[in-house]
Design a protein around this ligand. Structure first.
Ligand code: NAP
Length: 286
């Protein structure tokens, strides 16, 4: 992976941090996107030292804020001419509905809309650097989700699992739509389920019920380690086996079938149009 520049969001913890470490070990230039400077700097040190790779960089962004995503893209383009791998990994789980700075429900904003905006704003660089790869960390719970066009942001009916499942389905639909739109450009788009991985995702949720917290604590030792959970992301980012493969869903480094709704092109096209409006993408390109 020498001479390959890889951006990973949510790189300070869990699967994202393990992915950043794996790619740093392979010799890639790694751009870690984190929201908290202190946690980002700690993770940066913990990745640089064991990988022996000095080409690891930290960039700060709050993905709940579209202005922050736009600033991230500008800062990245000021520093780098090329981008070979974009891994949309950051995610959140919120039991209670929260609204982020743009007035958009936070799970939808972070888990999906930020990825839509970030990816689209980086497409010119990805195309100019082709062959390049976009990887979306979705999840198996996408199959329990639906896209609630009449209540995308859970204003009428919010539930943490419902919001998470919808956002993960949106990740898969976005990947498939991107792959269709990027045909012939040398940019591929694939998504994945990392497995059930022992991270702090739900533990960070201040409203995660105490009974569920206890249950999670009991089960955590039996879940995959973040290193194992990062294997499919690293595989999709670096393996020659998937060169040119696009528009697929992977589990344990193998192509898998995603849910029926995820293949519905009318849903993915509609979601794209709604997302473009919510991010003011056509009015307001970087
Ligand atoms: N763990 C699993 O079993 C599992 C299963 C299926 C899918 N996934 C997916 O895997 C991805 C990684 O999750 P994980 O399990 O590794 O959890 P994690 O350790 O909590 O990692 C999530 C990352 O996203 C970052 N993030 C959250 N909100 C952000 C924001 N507003 N701006 C910037 N960064 C933000 C977090 O930063 P902070 O540390 O600052 O919060 C953290 O770095 C997620 O997309 C998740 O949905 C996980």
């Amino acid at each position: 992976m020498k001479d390959r520049i890889c951006m990973i969001t949510g790189a300070n913890s869990g699967i994202g941090k393990a992915t950043a470490l794996g790619l740093a070990k392979s010799g890639a230039t790694v751009v870690m996107v984190c929201r908290n400077q202190g946690q980002g700097e700690t993770a940066l040190t913990e990745i640089k030292a064991p990988s022996g790779n000095e080409s690891v960089d930290l960039m700060l962004a709050d993905l709940a804020s579209q202005e922050s995503v736009r600033r991230l893209v500008k800062d990245f383009k000021d520093r780098h001419q090329h981008l070979h791998v974009l891994i949309n990994n950051a995610g959140t789980y919120l039991t209670k509905r929260q609204v982020a700075v743009d007035g958009i429900e936070t799970t939808f904003a972070v888990n999906y809309l930020a990825r839509f905006l970030l990816t689209n704003l980086l497409l010119d660089t990805l195309k100019n650097s082709a062959p390049t790869r976009i990887i979306d960390v979705a999840g198996a719970y996408h199959s329990k989700g639906s896209i609630y066009f009449d209540d995308l942001q859970g204003e009428k009916d919010y539930d943490g699992a419902r919001a998470n499942n919808q956002s993960k389905l949106a990740n898969v639909l976005f990947t498939y739509e991107l792959a269709r739109r990027l045909k012939g450009t040398g940019v591929t788009a694939n998504c994945l389920h990392p497995g059930a991985v022992a991270t702090s995702l739900v533990e960070k949720d201040p409203d995660y019920p105490s009974s569920m917290r206890l249950l999670y604590k009991l089960f955590k030792p039996f879940l995959k380690s973040p290193e194992k959970g990062a294997e499919t992301s690293i595989y999709l980012a670096s393996s020659p086996e998937v060169e040119g493969i696009t528009g697929k869903y992977f589990v344990s480094k193998k192509e898998a079938k995603s849910s029926k709704e995820s293949y519905d092109e009318s849903v993915s096209r509609r979601l794209w149009e709604v997302s473009a409006k919510l991010t003011k993408m056509y009015e307001n390109a970087t």
